[in-house]
Structure formats: structure tokens, C-alpha cells
Design a protein around this ligand. Structure first.
Ligand code: MG
Length: 203
């Protein structure tokens, strides 16, 4: 870690309690498979999880197209002009992600996968012990991520879902709906929660 690194400088939408809970379940999940997150943005959650993985001598896979989700686009609620690439005429969070991972001293513990999660999920062939779902928050995107990846979680592994708001007044519903879908499938049981982060375990 560089002397100047400070977590507060990393853009993101994650509380410290949520980051620490992710880290705890990454450690447990690595006993049964690899750890992967969908939706890295600028790397805040990745830093918590990759530190935990590094402590076990393991790595974290970080999947994102780095073009931002629907809600991050210009004129939407969560647009941030600092991640806009004028030349590409698109959001590009990858330079921010790389910088933050480097500043946190975690380059050797993070494997960035850049692309569409639903396409990569079709080709993925490695058991996951931990999956963090935090990609696009439209119903279409959240469902596509769940359908492409939940089947890769090994028995005993964990599915973490961010931005789960049972009350629509608190936030958008798709992550909550996906959480309900997972529970109703009979394949997962909820075992933990802090703020809007829910942890399910594959039965
Ligand atoms: Mg989130």
C-alpha cells in the first residue's frame, strides 16, 4: 500500500460495515472456490475483498465493462463527470479502478475482467466460493447477472447482493427482487445482512 492511500479517496457506494462484511465472507468462501465481483466501478469493494483474499494467498476476480450502469449515465441520478472520457464519449472507470488497486498495493491480488457479465458467465468454468452481485440495477441487468453467474457458486459458497432495499422508498427494487428470486429458488438461504448488503449461502 502506498503511504498516501486512503479509502475515503476511492469513489464508491459502499459503507465501511458492508466492506468489512464482504471481506469476512470472501475468506470463508475461498474455502470452497474462487471469489468474483460483478460491478467494480472504481474499486472500493474490490479493495476490501482483495485485501481479504491476499491474506489467504488468493486473488479476487473483478468483472466490469467499466462503462457505468444505467443510473451512472449523463443526466441520470448517479452521473459523475470525473469518470467521463471525452474521447470515447463514454464513461470509463477502468483508469480509476487501476489507480486505486495500485495505490492500495493490490495489483498482484486482483484480476480485472473487462466485458459483459452475461457473455463471460456463459464461458466461465470455475467453481465460485463467493460471488458479489453489484452490477447494473435495472431489472434486466440484475436478472442477467444472476442468471449467468449464480449457477457457478459451489455448495456452501456465498452470494452477496448489494443495494437490497425491501422498502421502495429507500432505493430501486431489482436487487431486492433478485434476492427474493434466489431465496424462492430453494437453492440459497439468507445468513447475514448489514445496511443494504445481504449474504446468502448456497445450500
Ligand atoms: Mg452497489
Amino acid at each position: 500500500m502506498t503511504a498516501s492511500f486512503c479509502m475515503d479517496q476511492v469513489k464508491g457506494f459502499l459503507s465501511d460495515d458492508e466492506g468489512l462484511m464482504l471481506a469476512r465472507y470472501v475468506v470463508k468462501g475461498l474455502d470452497v472456490g474462487e471469489a468474483l465481483e460483478i460491478g467494480s466501478w472504481c474499486g472500493k469493494s474490490a479493495i476490501y475483498m482483495a485485501r481479504a483474499a491476499a491474506g489467504q494467498g488468493r486473488m479476487l476476480f473483478c468483472l466490469d465493462h467499466h462503462r457505468g450502469s444505467e443510473e451512472n449515465q449523463p443526466d441520470w441520478q448517479w452521473f459523475d463527470a470525473e469518470v467521463w472520457d471525452d474521447q470515447a464519449e463514454a464513461i470509463d472507470t477502468l483508469p480509476h479502478f487501476r489507480r486505486n488497486i495500485r495505490m492500495a498495493g493490490l495489483e498482484e491480488s486482483v484480476v480485472a475482467i473487462i466485458g459483459r457479465s452475461e457473455k463471460i458467465g456463459l464461458l466461465w468454468n470455475t467453481a465460485l466460493g463467493f460471488l458479489f452481485l453489484d452490477g447494473g440495477h435495472t431489472m434486466k441487468a440484475a436478472l442477467a447477472d444472476y442468471r449467468a453467474w449464480a449457477g457457478h457458486i459451489a455448495k456452501g459458497g456465498f452470494l452477496a447482493i448489494h443495494d437490497v432495499f425491501p422498502d421502495p422508498k429507500d432505493g430501486g427494487r431489482p436487487p431486492f427482487e433478485v434476492c427474493q428470486l434466489a431465496l424462492n429458488s430453494g437453492l440459497f438461504a439468507q445468513i447475514d445482512q448489514v445496511d443494504s448488503l445481504v449474504i446468502l449461502q448456497k445450500l
